[in-house]
Design a protein around this ligand. Structure first.
Ligand code: BG6
Length: 525
């Protein structure tokens, strides 16, 4: 009988024992970043938070790295009354803040020559009617061949007006160059509003002109999910109900609602994270191999998975969905206030900042395999990952020796931080008679990626590649799954006892019960 300590019941907390080594190969030419052709990027909402935090810094960074075409200008418009010089100085502050260590005044000077601005009242058709004449001299100067990208960095309430006016002013026409529209999330508020928005867009822009954003799709290790699954022959045969016990998808944040209460109060976590990022991660994990790695084929397979998700039973929602809202607590040693005490939040708010769901996919591959998905703000750790828990071995021949059951294999795709993939398996404890220990084989991306998610999607939009964007059909399907659940939960909101988890914790205890009832446990955050 072995006298050594039994294996830890929670081996996933252990440091990696093994490291995977990259077999380095020269980078083939086609692996580089494709430099797009000339175009003008028109940003509506050019002074807003998204433009300051993401869009203009990303364009600057692409410019600094030489990924932008020479023929490119950025034309911003918003309500703020300023001219080109005022806008350039506003954006200089934003770019400096985004790249405090690497900001180069010389590069900025060159980049800022591409920035232009005009204040606009988006409710008035005049601005849109005069836009082509305003863009024309810039298009001639920068040789952009009338290729135009219209980026909607606006509050969703304004989308419809702006899209209709663009169409009305003939700006969706592709007679001379391309015309593309980028629409940020949230794409609608429920099934009906997303369908309506699709209709408004479709009245002027075709599907191939429409780029619906989900920045999670552009994260490096999310793009890697399909590569990992379909470029390796050893995992795909196991990727099904016969070998997989369950799948866990987590996006946890330490951040709170920050300054976005206005939006978040009416959205909550299900609209903010589940309708988009969470269901996108789920569909990439669960889809069948597409016939080709092109956007139409990949989207088709995602559609099939989404159509196969079993609608949550509305009369027994508590068995499938848990909601939470953070109370005060401590994150990384700093005290933080409860959601209800955040600026702009209603003191009696019932908006959920956490949700956990159990879903089933009713198809041959996944029949009976639960997908547990959870996301929340102000949790104990910030991370996004997909964990595939394999089934236990069918017969434990070591039962005479081992006091505990052995942990089944676990494959974790880490989306962020510390992007990589780890596989946990059992090995014999050295020098023991028959003692087992779990070890991790761990692959980590070693370097900082060349492009961040916004840089990737901006470049893809310029090259016309829709792989990392969401189709109108997928938006409607994901809303179709969540809207009935959200509506039902909203009817029950008087019974919510919020806050039900302290900031800095793992989330509400009821979320643990969701898995414990099935004899399972969430991975530690
Ligand atoms: C956004 C949500 O889509 O994603 C935010 O609106 C959330 O609430 C953010 O914080 C998370 O993205 P990331 O890239 O920081 O994980």
């Amino acid at each position: 009988m072995n006298k050594e300590a039994p294996p830890s019941p929670n081996p996933v907390d252990r440091p990696a024992d093994l490291r995977a080594e990259c077999i380095t190969a020269p980078r083939p030419d086609f692996c580089g970043i494709e430099r797009p052709g000339p175009c003008g990027v028109v940003i509506f909402g050019a002074c807003g938070d998204l433009s300051k935090r993401k869009l203009v810094p990303s364009l600057y960074h692409c410019f600094a790295a030489g990924h932008l075409p020479d023929g490119l200008f950025i034309f911003g418009s918003d309500r703020m009354e300023t001219g080109d010089a005022g806008y350039r100085s506003l954006m200089e502050g934003a770019v400096r803040a985004a790249f405090p260590e690497t900001f180069s005044p010389d590069l900025w000077l060159k980049f800022s020559e591409k920035l232009f601005y005009e204040n606009a009242d988006f409710n008035s058709p005049d601005f849109f009617v005069s836009l082509p004449a305003r863009l024309k001299p810039l298009e001639e100067k920068f040789g952009t061949r009338s290729n135009r990208i219209f980026y909607m960095a606006l509050p969703p309430a304004v989308y419809e007006t702006v899209i209709r006016r663009l169409g009305g002013a003939g700006l969706a026409s592709e007679e001379r160059g391309y015309s593309r529209i980028v629409v940020e999330k949230p794409f609608g508020y429920d099934t009906e509003s997303s369908r309506h928005l699709n209709g408004v867009i479709g009245a002027s822009f075709s599907e191939s002109q429409t780029f619906r954003m989900d920045h999670y799709l552009a994260k490096e290790n999310v793009q890697n999910i399909l590569m990992f699954r379909f470029a390796n022959s050893i995992f795909e045969p196991l990727w099904n109900r016969r070998y997989i016990d369950h799948v866990e998808i987590t996006i946890s944040e330490t951040l709170g609602v920050e300054h976005r209460a206005g939006y978040y109060e009416s959205a909550g976590v299900l609209r903010d994270m589940f309708q988009n990022h969470m269901l996108q991660l789920l569909s990439l994990t669960a889809m069948e191999p597409p016939a080709a790695f092109v956007s139409e084929r990949v989207r088709e397979e995602k559609v099939k998975v989404l159509r196969s998700i079993r609608p949550a039973p509305l009369d027994r929602l508590s068995e499938h969905v848990v909601l939470g809202q953070y109370g005060g607590g401590s994150i990384n040693g700093e005290d933080v206030v409860s959601y209800k005490d955040e600026p702009g939040v209603d003191k009696n708010s019932t908006t959920p900042t956490y949700a956990a769901m159990k879903l089933f996919i009713d198809n041959w591959r996944w029949s009976g395999v639960p997908f547990y998905i959870r996301s929340g703000k102000r949790l104990g750790a910030a991370k996004a990952e997909i964990a595939i828990r394999f089934r236990a071995v069918p017969h434990l021949m070591f039962s005479n020796f081992l006091p505990n059951n052995i942990d089944p294999n676990l494959l974790v795709l880490r989306v962020q931080p510390d992007e990589g993939i780890s596989l946990q398996f059992q090995t014999k404890m050295p020098d023991s008679r028959a003692c087992l220990r779990p070890v991790l084989m761990d692959f980590r991306y070693e370097k900082i990626f060349l492009l961040d998610a916004y840089e990737r999607v901006l470049l893809d939009c310029m090259t016309g590649d829709q792989m990392l964007f969401v189709s109108g059909e997928i938006e409607e399907l994901t809303w179709g799954l969540l809207s009935p659940v959200i509506e039902r939960l909203e009817c029950m909101k008087d019974s919510f006892r919020f806050p039900n988890y302290p900031a800095g914790s793992n989330g509400p205890a009821e979320a643990d019960d969701l898995m414990l009832r099935d004899g399972r446990q969430w991975r530690a955050l």
